[in-house]
Design a protein around this ligand. Structure first.
Ligand SMILES: [Zn+2]
Length: 438
């Protein structure tokens, strides 16, 4: 059933969803992680030479696996899987087939032998001689990923007759490094390419992929018109079949009932600043399906704004500004009346619940009842900023806070770019809400 217009447009604001950084821990040959215990005996007596052999064998295995993916060699891909693990073998064979239409410009693995999963009697009994070092998969979608994305792989390697194999990828779901899942883990992936966007979907999602791809292609120039050309202007859309699949693709997302789509990225190399890779816009099929054309426009433009601004969205930018700027671009030139676009906040204010401050970061997490009102307030704050100071200074402020490395960055940037304080701006924004929504 489709929602009537009013409800569909209402779904927009709530749907506009959560900007989420999936911060994957970075290890891989960049120093050890002290929080992960080593297995007993590692690094002692005769072990170093044996450990080096094992590392070399596993690295060679993963190199063969990467080549097999890139060169579509199924025989080679399967040859490194533990022949005794028939269910895992079947799943891996299916996964290899699911990847058929996806074009990669890179696929490789990094092994961090200094960080490994701890041995347990149960796993020793089940696996025999096994090893599970930290592994990262790096891959790039051809023509779209300018740097490779990084994903944790929870592989268990087993040794049989002197040879190492991959025996499992789900032994450490709760205790250690779960394998980051992709669309090809659950089913066949079909790829459709637009002018600026690429959509990955299962065969059943082809209709939704076409709608999202069309709107995404229109969103890229809209976002560029505001943000400028200093971003890739390429967007990858991922369309899972169900909200549950969305939750496996974006494991930290939590409640997705109010979310139409989410922009995600992995943060890598955090020692050297803010470096996001693997930007994806992942659609929540159940909510996206109910959006009308304007809803799809606002949602996609919102999420594409997150993609464009990601590299500038350093850790000191408050979430209200991140979401506010995305909604500012999302709603630009749509002429949706405030009675719809700020419905929840207007209701709250008319019921006497006037905000006293800009929304805290915490309100944007999870399925809170005031999520929609918080998005609306964030949007109106950015809109006021543009009205008062102009779009160029709003963008400058965003970039300056994003460049900041200390908690005072926001105060410094407000003073420099707007010649005001955060408190004074907050007061002005609340006065503006009362004026517009009371
Ligand atoms: Zn957002």
């Amino acid at each position: 059933m489709r929602f009537p217009l009013r409800r569909a447009e209402r779904a927009v604001a709530a749907a506009i969803a959560l900007q989420l950084l999936v911060a994957l821990p970075v290890v891989a040959a960049r120093g050890s992680d002290d929080s992960r215990p080593s297995s007993p005996g590692s690094g002692t007596n005769a072990a170093p030479a044996r450990d080096a052999d094992r590392t070399a064998a596993v690295e060679a295995l993963l190199k063969r696996r990467a080549d097999a993916v890139l060169h579509r060699n199924k025989g080679a891909f399967l040859a490194d899987l533990d022949p005794t693990q028939s269910r895992f073998l079947l799943k891996q064979a299916a996964q290899f087939e699911h990847l058929r239409s996806v074009r990669f410009s890179g696929w490789s693995y990094a092994v961090d032998a200094s960080s490994e999963q701890e041995h347990t009697p149960a796993l020793d009994a089940a696996r025999g001689t096994w090893w599970a070092p930290d592994i990262e998969l790096h891959y790039s979608l051809a023509g779209f990923d300018t740097s490779p994305t990084e994903e944790d792989q929870g592989f268990t390697f087993t040794q049989r007759d002197g040879r190492w194999y991959i025996a499992a990828d789900a032994d450490f779901l709760k205790t250690g490094r779960p394998t980051q899942r992709d669309l090809w883990d659950t089913g066949d992936v079909q790829v459709t390419k637009g002018t600026s966007c690429l959509a990955l979907a299962h065969p059943g999602g082809a209709g939704m992929a076409a709608l999202a791809l069309h709107e995404c292609d229109l969103s890229v120039p809209r976002v560029t018109a505001v943000w400028g050309t200093g971003w890739s202007r390429k967007v990858v859309l991922v369309i899972p079949d169900t909200p549950a699949e969305l939750q496996t693709l974006v494991p930290d997302i939590g409640d997705v009932s109010n979310i139409a789509a989410v922009a995600t990225a992995a943060l890598v190399d955090q020692q050297h600043g803010y470096h996001p890779v693997g930007d994806r816009v992942v659609v929540n099929p159940d909510n996206f399906r109910d959006l009308g054309p304007i809803g799809r426009r606002v949602v996609l433009t919102h999420e594409v704004t997150h993609v464009a601004s990601r590299a500038a969205t350093g850790p000191e930018i408050p979430t209200w500004f991140v979401e506010g700027i995305a909604d500012y671009v999302g709603f630009l030139h749509t002429d949706i009346p405030l009675s719809l676009s700020a419905l929840e906040l207007r209701k709250a204010i008319r019921a006497g619940h006037v905000p006293t401050h800009l929304p805290d970061d915490a309100v944007f997490k999870g399925g809170r009842a005031d999520l929609a009102a918080s998005y609306e307030q964030s949007w109106l704050a950015v809109r006021l900023m543009v009205r008062t100071y102009g779009q160029a200074r709003m963008l400058e402020l965003y970039r300056d806070i994003g460049d900041g490395t200390s908690s005072g960055a926001i105060d410094v940037a407000f003073a420099k770019d707007l010649h005001t304080s955060v408190d004074a701006f907050t007061r002005a924004s609340i006065a503006d809400l009362k004026r517009q929504l009371s």
